[in-house]
Design a protein around this ligand. Structure first.
Ligand SMILES: NC(=O)c1ccc[n+]([C@@H]2O[C@H](COP(=O)([O-])OP(=O)(O)OC[C@H]3O[C@@H](n4cnc5c(N)ncnc54)[C@H](O)[C@@H]3O)[C@@H](O)[C@H]2O)c1
Ligand SMILES: O=C(O)C[C@H](O)C(=O)O
Length: 311
């Protein structure tokens, strides 16, 4: 069972490390365009195997996609991250070309792969990969909701001083400041969040979640990698082990939630076939309005992509 991670930078290397450490796949290939970087990081990771007690084989490759051939899942993290003062959308001109060329290479060598996009702006990079790969929508998806929900759940855990393990939550929409956390679908050990936390505290956590990526960018001067890398690895695990996990995944919509021909985050069942089912939950009027606003924001960025003439 082979998994490839393209981009051996902060997120890609972290993702590969989590995959190896958790023995999600027995073969992990890390690929980057920068000479020697993927090989060096892969070797460094492999040298932790006797200490961390795993035997997943990790190898690196400088842009040689033949080494990725036959991968079951490919995670694409290649592309530039934002710096303070930038929005994710500012990355589109550079990252669209990168995601397109990487996807072409990936699909040439692993025609049956499930592809998980991480590069930003996430929803539109999924769209770029989907148009390029020309494979079923169930096999091209994006990682954002797992990360955004993790942030939301971690902030709730801090506020209530409870274990993050006991917090279940749903967050939908695009991976931008218009994302839609859903407190009505958030529980703490089975208890609705709304029974445990005052509305003003919930509102503050929602705001912090929406700008969670920016909070890290401000602190680090570049974007996050530990939580994003782990979140992508969780999606890989769900597919490789056919876990049928219910996770928020950036998916191609064909009418669900009143949205069509757009990538947006929605709850899905994730298993060996990729996105096996999109789950449609009831949204009230206010939630629908937020979801529609998020879709509008993603459509604006799709317009920028069109003007770039990359595809
Ligand atoms: N979806 C999310 O939730 C999420 C979270 C974090 C980061 N991101 C995005 O992920 C991307 C990567 O972030 P990072 O922090 O790892 O950046 P990084 O700069 O640390 O790593 C990116 C890597 O991509 C490589 N690369 C560039 N072009 C390539 C190509 N054509 N082929 C192969 N490799 C290539 C670079 O050499 C670099 O090593 C950014 O676009 C960032 O915005 C998304
Ligand atoms: O914020 C970013 O630019 C990276 C990523 O999308 C994140 O949410 O951490």
């Amino acid at each position: 069972m082979k998994v490839t991670v393209v981009g051996a930078g902060n997120v890609g290397a972290t993702c590969a490390n989590v995959l190896a450490h958790n023995e999600v796949a027995n073969e992990i290939v890390l690929l980057d365009i920068k000479e020697g970087v993927a090989e060096g990081k892969a070797l460094d990771m492999w040298e932790t195997s006797p200490v961390n007690l795993y035997d997943s084989r990790i190898t690196g490759s400088t842009n040689d996609y033949s080494k990725t051939a036959g991968s079951e899942v490919v995670v694409i993290t290649s592309g530039i991250p934002r710096k303070p003062g930038m929005s994710r959308d500012d990355l589109i001109a550079t990252n669209a070309g990168i995601v397109k060329s990487v996807t072409e290479n990936v699909i040439k060598h692993s025609p049956d792969a499930k592809i998980i996009i991480v590069s930003n702006p996430l929803d539109v990079m999924c769209y770029t990969a989907f148009l390029t790969a020309k494979i079923d929508k169930s096999r091209v998806m994006g990682m954002a909701g797992v990360l955004d929900t993790a942030r939301y759940r971690s902030f709730i855990a801090m506020e209530l001083n409870v274990s993050p393990k006991d917090i279940q939550a749903l967050l939908m929409g695009g991976h931008g400041d218009t994302m839609v956390p859903l407190p009505r679908y958030t529980t703490v050990g089975g208890i609705p969040l709304t029974e445990l936390m005052a509305q003003d505290k919930i509102d503050a956590i929602i705001e912090r979640t929406k700008f969670g990526g920016g909070e890290i960018v401000k602190l680090l001067g570049t974007s996050a990698w530990y939580a994003p890398g782990a979140a992508a690895a969780q999606m890989v695990e769900a597919i490789v082990k056919d876990q049928k996990r219910v996770l928020p995944v950036c998916s191609w919509l064909t009418g669900e939630y009143g949205q069509k021909d757009i990538y947006l985050g929605v709850p899905v069942i994730l298993g060996k076939n990729g996105i096996e089912k999109i789950l449609e939950v009831d949204l009230n009027d206010a939630e629908k309005e937020l979801m529609n606003g998020s879709a509008d924001a993603v459509r604006n960025v799709m317009g920028i992509l069109k003007d770039l003439n990359v595809l």
